[in-house]
Write a new protein. Structure first.
Length: 159
């Protein structure tokens, strides 16, 4: 394997780890806040499936393959995309530090929230913003950022 292939594989691995941590942590918070605010943990996790199933998905509360699996997959794929941008920021640094891991995660998390909640057409919002309060959304995005930071710190430790 050439050094370039190892770099690309390592970058892909980092994106998968960072994005998965961000997805799982924010997914747990989505379920927790969904349970508290709607009485149904899966309600906010079903919501992203409105990309495919339309408005009906925004009102689904129970676990189902159709809504929950697809909503969770969309949430996870989106987390991986944002983790790719996070990795790009981290890669531009000569010597990443814990402070830069936090700063870069804050930048990406703010960008994700802005894009998700203000810039994309309603059909492509996460949907969970229609089921949860503003404080709940803040906790979801904060947990997403914490996942990115944890991934960044793990990468720094490996060096």
């Amino acid at each position: 394997m050439s050094p370039m292939s190892r770099v690309n594989l390592s970058t892909l691995q980092r994106v998968l780890i960072d994005g998965s941590l961000a997805s799982v942590l924010s997914g747990v918070v989505l379920a927790w806040r969904g349970r508290r605010e709607t009485g149904h943990a899966m309600a906010p996790l079903n919501a992203p499936s409105h990309w495919v199933w339309g408005r009906e998905a925004l009102h689904r509360n129970r676990t189902s393959l159709r809504y929950t699996a697809l909503g969770s997959a969309i949430h996870h794929a989106s987390s991986l995309m944002w983790a790719g941008f996070y990795r790009l920021l981290q890669a531009r640094r000569r010597q990443p530090t814990p402070a830069s891991a936090v700063l870069d995660a804050a930048v990406i998390t703010a960008a994700a929230a802005l894009v998700d909640l203000r810039l994309v057409p309603q059909r492509f919002t996460p949907g969970f913003e229609r089921r949860l309060s503003t404080p709940a959304l803040v906790s979801v995005y904060l947990s997403f950022g914490v996942g990115l930071v944890l991934g960044g710190l793990m990468a720094q430790r490996r060096r």
